[in-house]
Design a protein. Structure first.
Length: 78
């Protein structure tokens, strides 16, 4: 992994945290900009919103995968 053959998988996401789903071949992102949890395929396929609970000063901070479930932390701006 020398940085050659890089590929942009997603744009327009302010990700503070990411989690790889090796079995599903997906990348989950906690989008701090919108507060949403988004998922994209590692082959560059479509971005989809997993949880649209952002807005009104709510932000997503961290994300983790375990046992086929997605867990994340969120909070309000001060």
């Amino acid at each position: 992994m020398d940085g050659s053959n890089r590929q942009v998988l997603v744009t327009g996401v302010h990700a503070l945290s990411m989690a790889l789903d090796y079995e599903g071949n997906d990348l989950y992102l906690a989008d701090h900009g919108t507060g949403n949890i988004v998922c994209i395929s590692l082959n560059g396929g479509g971005k989809r919103i997993v949880s649209a609970q952002g807005g009104a000063g709510k932000y997503s901070w961290g994300i983790s995968l375990s046992g086929g479930r997605v867990y994340w932390t969120s909070g309000h701006s001060t």
